[in-house]
Design a protein around this ligand. Sequence first.
Ligand code: ATP
Ligand code: MG
Length: 355
Amino acid sequence: MHILVLPGDGIGPEITEAALTVLRKLDAHLALSLTFEQADIGLASLKSRGTTLPADVLRRVPEADGVILGPVSHYDYPPRAEGGVNPSAELRTVFELYANIRPCRSRTDLTVLRKPMDLVIVRENTEGFYADRSMFAGPGEFMPDRDSAFAIRKITANACSRVAKVAFDLARERRRKVTAVHKANVLKLTDGLFLREVRKVAEAYSDVTLDEVIVDAAAALLIRSPDRFDVIVTTNMFGDILSDEASELTGSLGLGGSINAGDLVCVAQAQHGSAPDIAGQDVANPVSLIRSAAMLLDWRGRRDGEARLIAAAHRLGAAVERVLDRPEARTRDLGGSATTTAFARSVAEALESLQ
Ligand code: ATP
Ligand code: MG
């Protein structure tokens, strides 16, 4: 399996190095024939090549069997015309990575929750309320005069339907419940269309229960009754916000894995952002990207019928859990004092003892 590695900005290079440390160890033990190819994107390539996403890097994406993408700090990017493309948004749209899959599972020793959380958020990843995903030629936000601003929210039946199928398929492997999170009471047309498509897909899955929750209530229920959720399907921005909330509730934003998956390409990317406030200090929690990498192996394994990759993903997940069991081995965000590098080393050791 050939993996294209794009470290990104902020804590990106540190957590990517940590992920590579554990993947190399996994490869050494399980003979997965993993190969890695690294390329600069983000602020690093802006400096050297005048763009945050060079065209040749983009071309290499579909040639690889999977991509590991570090977080990108697009706040610091210049306008698009000056090379400041948001690499993660670009990859999602160009390769139609329409489902962003974000599992969040609590552990009693790390969570503030009184009830267990074990859910997956399936977020529509190509449209919604995002300025650069508009169907209109210009940007999805505009100002008709200097004191008014508008944003366009694009929702299509096709995008809702395909992401809903991912959610229902996933639910079949889990507790057979899908919750559609929406705001159709206010956004009657856009979220109305989203709900219509989710309901339509649900008809083909009579063994899966569908319920519908308004997004503000969902934000509260994630805290009060996280155990009522199995798979959540929702539009782009709601999914973005709720997954940060859910991940933090499990113990830290640095914990939740995430893949951006289409029919052909899969990009593993941490749930969190580039965390510029702690960049370069070797204190970031690499778990989110390590778990994302495990999800990538699992995705590829399922697609290609490669049981070894699926087993490797399980083993990596188990090694992470084992390290998290030890309070002193945890990173600072979880109350520990381990560095990013030390955490990765512990996971590599745990992989050895799991033989
Ligand atoms: P971006 O614009 O890239 O999203 P941000 O400023 O919003 O950057 P986030 O990365 O979203 O920052 O992080 C929000 C907060 O959570 C920050 O205070 C950051 O330090 C913390 N955080 C995020 N990821 C991690 C991590 N992996 N380990 C430890 N702390 C993290
Ligand atoms: Mg952020």
